[in-house]
Every structure is written in structure tokens, then in C-alpha cells.
Design a protein around this ligand. Structure first.
Ligand code: 4AD
Ligand code: MG
Length: 509
């Protein structure tokens, strides 16, 4: 709290998220005009200051003429300092409003490109630097912040040491095809895909560590789950086997979800996230072997389940279309207030219809892909959706075919074709949020894997040393921050989960 000295006395500079403490007192908000509405003798300014929104009311009869004139001149996003008496009002945004006595323009904004009308996604992406100020984007970034802080708390309270892996690397961790190459003083260097290999070295020094940093993938995938630059959290633990690894992943994810549910009520509401779904995310999460997962996909029960889903969606689409037709018929004669209601409802129905129609297009594809899935193939997005559709929690799939996994994965001692890897798949179609597993700790076997994968042995000399000097069983995993944010916020596309997304075809702003 800062006391501001004004010519006519003391005012508190107040942040909107703390405004309730100042009910009945004079306060100054410093922020921007989020929205402005003028009636005959009143001007309603919704002010945003980064912490929240507050309605401010300028009454022509109560303020000196220049204040009224200044208020009339304001543009959306003009920067202002606004002073008045804080008044509790349940009907108002955030439960309080400001009855204005003074107003200062810090800088008048030009005509703002983002208006309350709908904009296309390309336009919004081009204006990402401004779009960040919009409500849903604001809410998503706050959820992201909660998750970041909660991740640090989770690990720090368990005495994990946070350590950073390098970003320039000389070798690939996850396979060589999707690296960004840079010129490093006439040598080749790559932007890291994963801090894991370095994490393993750090775990041998500190026992349990986690990295938290940007990672880069040059995959040419234009999906709603892929960024070229994303943030990954990679714990690595000495003396952990696959089961301990899964226990930790499950505990972490449960904690993150419940922290967001507890701390971000308002944000989740702005995002129109179904909080009941998140509340159900409690350990234990189902664990299913890859082999059983394939069998489940292939099963007649899966086909029946999808047929049932198709029937449900068809019936829903029909009833939504009927409702839409009857609203359309009513609209012409409806009164103004009712027209507004109809419009809102039509918007909701159309959004749901889009989703239902997408499902109806997808279901035949899913059915075919599930039926034809063979042991040895990796899972795609649709397989992941099907494997999680009956659970409110994520599902952990473990024991993948070694062929589809990285060179460092330890194999199952009972079946050499199986790698001790685990993926955690989020529910509601959000896909893989965690990949990890137990690492190969035997020098000879690791050497063989490096040869099999045609990797440059010289580059891995240091990594192999870890197996020479006190090698122990160890495990770890990588949590994708943006995919986690997308899931918890209910955002379909990861581009809205990071301040400035980097994707194929997007480097601006
Ligand atoms: O499954 P991945 O590739 O695993 C690793 O990199 C391991 N070295 C991690 C480890 O064991 N320490 O990536 C881990 C997670 C994925 O589950 C996903 O959430 C996220 O990182 N991820 C991406 N997120 C956004 N865009 C991309 N292109 C991503 N690729 C992976
Ligand atoms: Mg993976």
C-alpha cells in the first residue's frame, strides 16, 4: 500500500484485487480503460490495473467540469489515474465500485484494434502483445503463474534441488530429426530438446533434482499441442524405479490441479472452465500397460462405446438444431431484453454444435484407428483421447515398445522388447502431458543402444561416464508446462498458454 500525496490530501494507491480493504475510503487506481460506456449524466469506466477490473462511475453532477470532460475524452486502453470513494456493491464487478472525484490521463490511447466484437484467431495472434490484456488471456496467464509457483513449491518442499540444464547442446536427447541447429563459433550446436541427460548428471551429484527451462523442437507439426519452444519441468531421481517415478508424477499432477482449483476460482470462471471436472482429479490415477492399452483399443467394447457415443452426439445435434430453429423463429418479434438472451443462447448452442459436429466427424476415424492399432506402434492423439475418456483423472500408460522410445530407456528385465517408459495422458482430450521412465544404467547396454541408434559416441562420452562412476537405478520425467496449462484452463490450443507462442509459421510478435 502506497500513500500518495495529492494537493488536496492523502490517497491510497490501491490495487484492484485489494480494493475491498478500502471500502468507504478514498483511493486512487492506476491502470487502463478496459471499457467505457456513457449515458446522459453518468460515465461508467471499467478500469483494469493488471490485478483485476473495477467499475468506476463518474457522475456529471458530482465532479468539476474538467473531470467530466476528461472522462468523455477517454479511449479504450488509455492509461489513467482515477481517484474516488470505494463503495461495496454486490452487483458490481468484483463486488466494489469507485465513485470518482478525480481523473488524470497518463496517456491517451489511439483507437484500439481489439474491440469487444469477435476477431479471427490470425488477427489476435498478430496482436498477441495487446491480446494479452484481454480477460481470458489474462486469466490463462495467471493460471500459468499458479502452476509455475506450485511446481517449485512441490519440489522444494520435498528437498529437490532446482538446477538448470544448458540450452546450447552438442547432441540430441530425444532423437536427431527435430533439432534446431545454430552456428556456434563455426561449430554446430543445437537448441536443447530436453534437459534430461544433464539432469541425470545433476541427480548423481544431488540425489533428486529438477530442471525448469525452455526446450525446443523443430517438428513440422501444426497441431494444437505443439510449440517449437515450450517449457519443460524435468525431475530426475537417483535410486527411483519406474513405480516410484509414477508415484511422483501422480502426486505432482494432483497437487498442481488442486492448487489451481483452490487459488484460481475467478480465473477458471472467466475461462468458463468446468471446475467440477478438475475437482475430481485426485490420486490414484489409473495405470495401464501399453500392451493392455492396445488390447483395450482393439476390443469390441471400444467399438460399442464409440457407436454409443455416435448415437448420443447425433441425438444431441438434432435437439440443438431444433432449439436453434425455434429461437430463430422467436427472434423477430422478441423484445430487446429477450433478443439479448436469445443471442447469448444461440452463441452457446453454436459453440456446442461445433464440438458435437467435430466429434461426429472424428468418431469413424477413431473407430478405425482403434481397431487397427498394432502392438509396436506409438499412440496418436485419438488413441490418447479414447484411453482417457472414461476417467476424470489422467491415465498413466507404461511399458512401451522399446522401438518407439529413446535410446536411454531401460528395458523390462522380463521382456527386452518393452521399455520402462511412462506417459501420462490428460483427460478430456488434452493428450500427453508427461513423458518419462527409468533410465538404462548399465554401461555395456547403453553403449550398444548408442550404436543401434547411430548416435555419435564421442558426444556421449560424458553421459557414459555416469555409468562408469557409481551408476545406480534412476528415473525421471518431463512435464510439458503449456499442455498442462491448456488442460487446466480448458484451452483447446497451446498457443494461448504461453505469452508469446513460437510455432511453425509464427515468430511475430
Ligand atoms: O515426452 P517428451 O519428449 O519427453 C522428454 O523429452 C524426456 N526427455 C523427458 C524426461 O524424461 N526428462 O516430452 C515431455 C513432455 C511431453 O509429455 C509434453 O507434455 C511436452 O513435454 N512436449 C511438448 N509441449 C509442447 N510442444 C511440443 N512440441 C512438445 N513436445 C513435448
Ligand atoms: Mg513423449
Amino acid at each position: 500500500m502506497t500513500k500518495l500525496i495529492e494537493p488536496n490530501g492523502y490517497y491510497y494507491m490501491v490495487y484492484i484485487n485489494e480494493i475491498s480493504k478500502y471500502a468507504g475510503e478514498a483511493a486512487t487506481l492506476k491502470g487502463w480503460v478496459y471499457n467505457i460506456r456513457t449515458s446522459k449524466k453518468l460515465i461508467f469506466i471499467i478500469v483494469r490495473d493488471g490485478t483485476g477490473l473495477c467499475q468506476s462511475i463518474v457522475a456529471q453532477d458530482d465532479v468539476p467540469e474538467p473531470v467530466w470532460e476528461t472522462a468523455l475524452s477517454l479511449q479504450q486502453e488509455s492509461a489513467i489515474e482515477i481517484t474516488g470513494i470505494v463503495q461495496a456493491d454486490e452487483r458490481s464487478l468484483g463486488g466494489h465500485e469507485l465513485h470518482v472525484s478525480g481523473l488524470k490521463v497518463v496517456s491517451q490511447a489511439e483507437e484500439y484494434p481489439i474491440t469487444p466484437k469477435e476477431h479471427g484467431i490470425e488477427f489476435l495472434m498478430e496482436h498477441r502483445h495487446l491480446w494479452l490484456r484481454s480477460r481470458k488471456q489474462w486469466a490463462a496467464m495467471r493460471v500459468r503463474n499458479t502452476i509455475i509457483y506450485a511446481i517449485h513449491r512441490f519440489f522444494q518442499e520435498k528437498s529437490f534441488i532446482q538446477m538448470d540444464a544448458p540450452i546450447f547442446t552438442g547432441n540430441a536427447a530425444e532423437g536427431t530429426t527435430n533439432l534446431f541447429e545454430t552456428d556456434y563459433f563455426d561449430r554446430k550446436a543445437y537448441l536443447t530438446q530436453s534437459g534430461q541427460l544433464y539432469g541425470e548428471a545433476m541427480a548423481m551429484a544431488h540425489g533428486r533434482i529438477y530442471t525448469f527451462g525452455p526446450t525446443f523442437r523443430a517438428e513440422k507439426s501444426k497441431t494444437r499441442r505443439h510449440l517449437t519452444e515450450f517449457w519443460m519441468i524435468e525431475p530426475e531421481m537417483a535410486y527411483y524405479d519406474l513405480n516410484m517415478n509414477m508415484d511422483l508424477a501422480e502426486e505432482l499432477v494432483e497437487f498442481l490441479v488442486q492448487e489451481v482449483v483452490k487459488l484460481n476460482r475467478e480465473e477458471l470462471e472467466i475461462l468458463e472452465r468446468d471446475v467440477a471436472k478438475l475437482e475430481q482429479v485426485k490420486a490414484p490415477f489409473p495405470r495401464i500397460s501399453y500392451t493392455d492399452a492396445v488390447a483395450r483399443l482393439n476390443s469390441p467394447a471400444m467399438q460399442d462405446r464409440l457407436d454409443g457415443m455416435e448415437r448420443e452426439r447425433k441425438a444431441e445435434a438434432e435437439s440443438l438444431r431444433k432449439e436453434l430453429a425455434s429461437l430463430d423463429a422467436e427472434f423477430g418479434q422478441a423484445k430487446k431484453g429477450r433478443k439479448f438472451q436469445i443471442d447469448r443462447r444461440r452463441g452457446d448452442i453454436n459453440a456446442r454444435l461445433d464440438q458435437v459436429e467435430e466429434d461426429l466427424r472424428n468418431i469413424p476415424v477413431w473407430k478405425k484407428s482403434a481397431l487397427e492399432k498394432k502392438w509396436g506402434e506409438d499412440f496418436g492423439g485419438s488413441d490418447e483421447t479414447l484411453l482417457t475418456m472414461d476417467d476424470p483423472t489422467p491415465v498413466m500408460v507404461y511399458g512401451y515398445p522399446a522401438e518407439v522410445k529413446a535410446f536411454y530407456m531401460k528395458r523390462d528385465s522380463e521382456n527386452d522388447k518393452v521399455a520402462l517408459g511412462v506417459d501420462m495422458i490428460a483427460p478430456e482430450g488434452y493428450g500427453e502431458i508427461i513423458g518419462g521412465g527409468q533410465r538404462e544404467d548399465n554401461l555395456e547396454i547403453l553403449l550398444e543402444r548408442i550404436r543401434e541408434h547411430n548416435l555419435p559416441q564421442e558426444q556421449f562420452r560424458w553421459y557414459l561416464d555416469l555409468r562408469r562412476y557409481g551408476s545406480v537405478p534412476h528415473s525421471g520425467f518431463g512435464l510439458g508446462l503449456e499442455r498442462t496449462v491448456a488442460w487446466l484452463c480448458g484451452l483447446k490450443h497451446v498457443r494461448e498458454t504461453i505469452p508469446f507462442p513460437r510455432m511453425m509459421g509464427r515468430l511475430y510478435p
